[in-house]
Design a protein around this ligand. Structure first.
Ligand code: MSP
Length: 512
């Protein structure tokens, strides 16, 4: 059994979850569920980034302590992830004592293994609290950070601990070129290679004015104990989650996959591997930098007032339809726009009419013509054509061609279209009128039930509840989540007792 440890970014605890956070968690959840269906030993980590100036400032604005703020937000995020069916195995919070201890242990290990990698230096620069990082001139337009134009940049003058990132230029260039899968999609990799070629500057690893964080394990020569810079505290969450430096942490580490947004790919594919290399620890296997969900072509942000209410979006057609829509409409390797019109179109066309209708027609016919008991029937063209495409589905889900979740869904919908065409062509209602054609009727409906069952398994990573409901209506044994892809080619539905239920995707339903 292969182990598959996958992670998402840990979200800043400075506001409620939004559609962008949800998109990433849903995408990673689809990958986690897909891996479980392959039989992998999956460990899916998500969590909260609870330290740093941004959190400190938000708490101050709200007149609460940072701890009180992050406690409330951790609950809010967990409730949201449960509502969305995010099947995480572990939820880490950077305020956990275990994590704090692990961060200090990692930094101490860097001091120990690569003593020259940390040094003290006075520094002056522009700091963006939105990014929680210093900005180069090229990232500043009209005196504002390009990513957070509504925030005011802070002029910071401090003496800090610095990490000698510049030393890792060759190492990182080599990593990205010799292991092309380390960072994908390719567009992100090219961006990072260009960044490295432009020269990497050393980064500050501690902050003086920041109080809300992990004390940096070594005082400055002046004796001042600083706070660990928030990215040096946040990135190690993936490692501290394994229990590092205690116990059996090496059984889990390294992670197989970090799923993060394109805005923070740099931290994951440059700073994080350099830190691990400095500590002489194994690197993660892969980083996937997904794109952004946009609204009307723009990044939504609280500060810029571009809003999309997550509760409302889930409430429109329910959690599974929302998951489907996001992953179908917004390519996992690029940006894409959310629009209510597209959401309604896809809900009606793809879910209610194409797939939901196929399921209800076929189940109803098995009830009508076979008293609900699925007949046996030889393989048909539908089975063969589905089988031929299964490879494309896997290539889009397992990372061979990247994590192209939208592509995997497209492949399944080819099968859905094929099913509907087959029903129309075979016209089982006509076959049923002629006892001499009973055999054809059996073959047709047996094949269609097998197809629906395969579709349920292939779509289970995307729509865990609806596929389980279909699995139940098909009378299939066990739970859809317990199935294995390896068994799909041999799947035989003979003797299952179907039970038609409510439509899977009622037209114009509203979940309230
Ligand atoms: N706390 C850091 C991550 C630390 S990881 C060691 C952070 N937090 S965040 O809350 O700002 O973002 C969390 C994740 O959500 C990031 O991967 C980010 O790219 C993603 N998204 C935020 N807005 C997004 C969209 N509009 N669309 C898609 N993902 C976006 O960064």
């Amino acid at each position: 059994m292969s182990t598959f440890f996958l992670t998402t970014a840990i979200d800043y605890a400075n506001g409620d979850p939004h559609v962008g956070h949800a998109y990433e968690k849903i995408g990673a959840d689809a990958i986690a569920r897909y891996r479980r269906l392959r039989g992998d030993d999956v460990h899916f980590l998500i969590g909260m980034d609870e330290h740093g100036q941004k959190v400190e400032q938000t708490a101050a604005q709200q007149g609460v302590t940072p701890q009180a703020l992050v406690d409330v937000l951790a609950d809010t995020f967990c409730t949201m992830w449960t509502r969305l069916g995010i099947s995480y195995d572990q939820f880490i919070r950077t305020t956990d004592p275990m994590h704090r201890e692990g961060v200090r242990a990692l930094i101490e290990r860097i001091f120990d293994r690569s003593p020259d990698d940390f040094y003290e230096q006075a520094y002056e620069g522009w700091y963006c609290v939105g990014c929680e990082s210093f900005k180069q001139d090229s990232e500043i337009v009209d005196g504002k950070c390009v990513l957070h134009p509504t925030r005011t940049l802070e002029r910071v003058q401090e003496r800090n601990w610095f990490f000698r990132l510049s030393r890792y230029e060759d190492f990182l260039r080599d990593l990205l070129t010799s292991r092309p899968q380390f960072l994908q999609p390719e567009s992100r990799r090219n961006e990072m290679l260009a960044l490295i070629d432009g020269g990497l500057e050393d980064v500050s690893a501690s902050r003086s004015r920041l109080k809300w964080g992990v004390p940096f394990p070594k005082p400055l020569s002046s004796g001042e104990v600083q706070t660990t810079y928030v990215w040096f505290d946040a990135l190690p969450n993936y490692l501290t989650a394994t229990g590092f430096p205690r116990g059996e942490w090496a059984d889990r580490w390294p992670a197989q996959l970090h799923v993060v947004g394109k805005d923070i790919t740099r931290f994951h594919s440059i700073i994080w591997p350099a830190m691990l290399q400095a500590a002489q620890l194994p690197l993660p296997e892969r980083v996937w930098g997904h794109g952004f969900v946009l609204l009307g072509g723009e990044r939504f942000s609280k500060s810029a007032g571009v809003r999309l209410d997550l509760d409302e979006a889930i409430g429109r057609f329910g959690a599974d339809a929302f998951r489907y829509f996001l992953l179908r409409e917004i390519p996992f390797d690029a940006d894409g726009s959310f629009s209510w019109e597209r959401f309604e179109e896809r809900y009606n066309a793809d879910l209610a009419n194409a797939w939901g209708n196929l399921a209800s027609r076929v189940i109803a016919m098995v009830e009508r013509y076979f008293d609900g008991v699925v007949p046996s029937g030889a393989r048909t063209q539908v089975d063969d054509e589905d089988a031929a495409e299964l490879r494309d589905y896997h290539a889009a889900m397992d990372g061979t061609r990247g994590f192209l979740l939208h592509e995997a869904l497209r492949v399944v919908w080819q099968s859905v279209v094929r099913g509907n065409e087959y029903v129309d062509r075979q016209a089982p209602w006509k076959l049923a009128k002629d006892p001499a054609l009973r055999g054809d009727l059996e073959t047709t409906l047996a094949s269609l039930i097998r197809q629906l069952a395969r579709q349920a398994v292939m779509l289970a990573p995307f729509m865990p509840n609806k596929t389980q409901e279909l699995w139940r209506q098909l009378g299939a044994p066990g739970q859809v989540s317990e199935q294995r892809f390896a068994a799909l080619p041999e799947l035989d539905a003979t003797g299952w007792k179907v039970a038609k239920g409510d439509p899977l995707f009622p037209k114009e339903a509203r979940e309230r």
